[in-house]
Design a binder for this molecule. Structure first.
Ligand code: SAH
Length: 307
């Protein structure tokens, strides 16, 4: 950086580092989804997933190495918790993906779905259990002099952490998605015991009072586990539970991982579930699963010897 003065260069060298995570491996799915295996400074490994949409890309970011919550249907939970990621490590996932896209565009000269515009905190880890670093990362990501992403294109997904959820809402740094997955406390406790330590009724009452700009809604994520939470009665209970929450529901068909103990829901049950929600005036969509053939879909991120 010889265009900077010597004293300034000295200050920069003494106070700052430019460190990128190292790409260990890249896997490409037949549907265009790309999964990166990244190595951090201490050799800890994380995964980041780049998802092509119609006219843009979405990047699925990790926020922790592993996860402490051990939800029974999620592969990341099987890894256990290794450590929190630091803000620069979280933000650097975006730089890696942008660099990859820029190189791909020059190398192939073919039409790509445009730019990376959307970010979701839906990779490894529970972002609100690492709020301090995630918040700093979001500030960098949002800032016009930083990565300059629009707040409305960033979604943070969480199981809901008491106290921190409210703080996140006040920060207005990103949109909120909540991994609910069950319409009763009893069932939630069975399938996500640690997350369910915060009582479902209390969580839902915080969501009902959640500060939302006009026209914005909370996304409720609901993984359909065959025979477990995909019955018509569950759909009806869900409608009642969420009657006071301004939300839309994202249904996700269960993606099996290694040592799966659940099965995917049947097509007819998914449709019935969706239809009940619609008939009661709720907005529900089935999230299309991408990257399954490279284990990059929701809940399939896990670091093991096969990547
Ligand atoms: N810990 C945060 C961030 C991870 S988001 C959270 O739970 O919200 C990952 C999303 O994928 C969550 O909604 C999660 O519940 C869902 N998921 C986990 N395992 C899954 C699986 N096997 N099939 C489909 N979705 C899954």
């Amino acid at each position: 950086m010889t265009n900077l003065s010597k004293p300034l260069r000295k200050i920069l060298a003494q106070n700052f580092n430019i460190i990128w995570p190292e790409i260990r491996e890249i896997k490409e799915s037949s549907d265009g989804t790309v999964k990166f295996l990244l190595s951090l400074e201490d050799e800890k490994l994380i995964e980041t997933v780049l998802i092509p949409e119609k006219d843009h890309y979405t990047l699925c970011l990790s926020s922790q190495v592993g996860c402490a919550l051990a939800c029974t249907f999620c592969s990341t939970g099987q890894m256990g918790f290794k450590r929190n990621m630091l803000s620069h490590e979280i933000a650097a996932q975006i730089l890696v993906a942008q660099d990859y896209l820029a190189r791909a565009a020059t190398a192939q000269k073919k039409n790509t779905p445009g730019h990376l515009t959307n970010l979701v905190f839906m990779g490894m880890g529970e972002p609100l259990l690492n709020w301090k670093e995630v918040k700093k990362a979001l500030q960098i990501i949002n800032h016009p002099l930083g990565l300059n992403f629009s707040r409305r294109k960033i979604t943070l997904s969480t199981v809901g952490i008491k106290g921190v959820l409210q703080e996140f809402g006040q920060s207005k740094l990103a949109l909120l998605a909540v991994s609910l997955h069950a319409p009763t406390q009893e069932l939630r406790q069975k399938i996500m015991p640690k997350a369910a330590r915060w009582d479902l009724k209390e969580l839902v009452s915080v969501l009902a009072d959640y500060p939302l700009p006009r026209r914005e809604r909370i996304t409720i994520e609901y993984v359909l586990l065959g025979g477990v939470n995909d019955r018509p009665e569950h759909a009806r209970q869900l409608v009642r539970l969420l009657s006071r929450v301004k939300c839309k529901i994202n249904l996700i068909a269960y993606n099996p991982g290694p040592n799966s103990k659940y099965s995917a829901p049947e097509k007819k049950d998914i449709l019935k579930f969706e239809q009940i929600l619609w008939s009661k005036g709720m907005t529900a969509i089935l999230r299309k699963s991408k990257g399954q053939d490279i284990s990059a879909a929701c809940g399939q991120l896990i670091i093991n010897s096969t990547f």
